[in-house]
Unconditional design. Structure first.
Length: 156
C-alpha cells in the first residue's frame, strides 16, 4: 500500500468478532496503525498515547483503528487493561499486514524473525492513503501528537 492507493473497504474483525469496514466511518478519515504485539512496552505506549488524544483525533475528523496479528481475546485484555476507546483488528490470518506490506523479516539482538513493522496509514474520507508513517518515524510515546501535527498541517 502506497500514498495515493485506495484502502480496502473490509479491514477485518475487531476484538469482538465484528467486521470493521472503512465505509462504517463514512465522512471520516481513518488513522490505521499497525503494531507488533499487545501488551509490550512500545505497543502499550503507542496505544495509550492514542487513547489520551483520541478526542483530538476525532475532532480532526478521523477514527483511530489499531491492527496486530494478536487474537480477539488478547485484544480484549489489552483494551480492558489500558482503557482503550477504539477498536483493534485481530488480523490473525495476516491478510491486512500482507495487503498493507507491513509484514517482514525483523532483527532483534542479532536474531532474525518475521513480524509486523510498526507503521501508520492516514486514510482520507474517500478511502485514499494520504500519508504513511514508517517505523523509523514513529515515536511510540507521542505518536498521536505526530499524527495530529500532520492532520493540522494538512488543513492549512
Amino acid at each position: 500500500m502506497n500514498v495515493g492507493d485506495k484502502a480496502p473497504d473490509l479491514l477485518g474483525k475487531d476484538e469482538n468478532g465484528k467486521e470493521i469496514r472503512r465505509s462504517d466511518y463514512s465522512g471520516q478519515g481513518i488513522v490505521l496503525y499497525f503494531y507488533p504485539k499487545d501488551s509490550t512496552p512500545g505497543c502499550t505506549a503507542e496505544a495509550c498515547n492514542f487513547r489520551d488524544h483520541f478526542e483530538d483525533v476525532r475532532k480532526a475528523g478521523y477514527q483511530v483503528i489499531g491492527v496486530s496479528i494478536n487474537d480477539e481475546k488478547s485484544h480484549q485484555r489489552f483494551i480492558e487493561k489500558n482503557s482503550l476507546s477504539f477498536p483493534l483488528i485481530a488480523d490473525t490470518d495476516m491478510k491486512l499486514v500482507n495487503d498493507f506490506g507491513v509484514w517482514g523479516e525483523k532483527t532483534l539482538a542479532g536474531r532474525k524473525y518475521m513480524g509486523t513493522f510498526r507503521t501508520t496509514f492516514i486514510i482520507d474520507k474517500e478511502g485514499v492513503v494520504t500519508h504513511i508513517f514508517t517505523p523509523k518515524e514513529i515515536k511510540t510515546k507521542e505518536h498521536a501528537l505526530q499524527v495530529l501535527s500532520l492532520l493540522d498541517s494538512a488543513k492549512q
